[in-house]
Design a protein around this ligand. Structure first.
Ligand code: IPE
Ligand code: IPE
Ligand code: MG
Length: 232
């Protein structure tokens, strides 16, 4: 598997179950992300994309939104050195221009510093799958197109056209929906859902998801090797 994508969900409920505030759940979630990056590298995965903040998450209470923005800033500041040292390339997708100016600057700096990394961590921030498609359409229009689009040409206007589509998407916390994550890129991705809240997502869960993926037969609309149309 080249690319794993994760909808890191359930931080709030994890905190609530422990009588803590939601922000403490988000903090625990950031620690989980660091651990999961390690599992990915051990498994030989080259790309990890995580959903950290959606275009819809702006409607959360102001205190939670600003707490999340501060947490992102502190994640970037405290992990910068380690990311460089470990060869982790930090990237973002989403409407980065909507984020606080200071955070935008920290992101740009970290992206520059880690540009040489061979493992790519992409963080979806102020990200929406529909927003990405609309932004791509507008960029295409602005390019004074001379010819009509095909799928490959349209893809080139997405936020990260050089990153392969996800092979597997994991969503934690028992919700079975996309919540507007990578709508275009997951057309043929496999999905894995677990009830575990993101802060509790550990090695065992990671291995289970990968084991499930390895049993899937990805036909991409074709037929399997035996020529039988059913899943053999
Ligand atoms: C996911 O956890 C993280 C973000 C959306 C920022 P939630 O905050 O959605 O946690 P739940 O789903 O309310 O438990
Ligand atoms: C999706 O989770 C967004 C992130 C994990 C960042 P949400 O918690 O926002 O999604 P819904 O509201 O349950 O669909
Ligand atoms: Mg949620």
């Amino acid at each position: 598997m080249r690319h794993l994508a994760i909808i890191m969900d359930g931080n709030g409920r994890w905190a609530k179950a422990r009588g803590r505030i939601r922000l403490q759940g988000h903090r625990a979630g950031a620690d989980t992300l660091e651990r999961v990056m390690g599992y990915c590298r051990e498994a030989g995965i080259r790309y990890l994309t995580v959903y950290a903040f959606s275009t819809e998450n702006w409607k959360r209470p102001k205190a939670e939104v600003s707490g999340l923005m501060r947490l992102l800033s502190s994640f970037i500041r405290s992990k910068a050195r380690k990311l460089v040292k470990d060869g982790i390339r930090f990237r973002t997708i989403g409407r980065i221009g909507d984020l606080p100016g200071k955070l935008q600057g920290e992101i740009a700096q970290l992206e520059r510093k880690t540009a040489g990394g061979d493992f790519t961590l992409t963080v979806a921030l102020s990200y929406g799958g529909r927003a990405e498609i609309v932004d791509a359409a507008n960029r295409w229009l602005a390019s004074n197109p001379a010819a009509p689009l095909d799928e490959a040409a349209f893809s080139s206007f997405m936020y990260a056209p050089d990153i392969p589509d996800p092979d597997l998407v994991i969503r934690t916390s028992g919700e079975i929906r996309t919540s507007n994550f990578l709508l275009w890129e997951t057309a043929y991705s496999e999905w894995y859902f677990t009830d575990v809240f993101w802060p509790d997502f550990g090695r065992e869960e990671f291995d289970k998801a990968l084991a499930s993926y390895s049993k899937r037969e990805r036909r991409m609309g074709g037929v399997n090797e035996s020529g039988c149309e059913k899943n053999g």
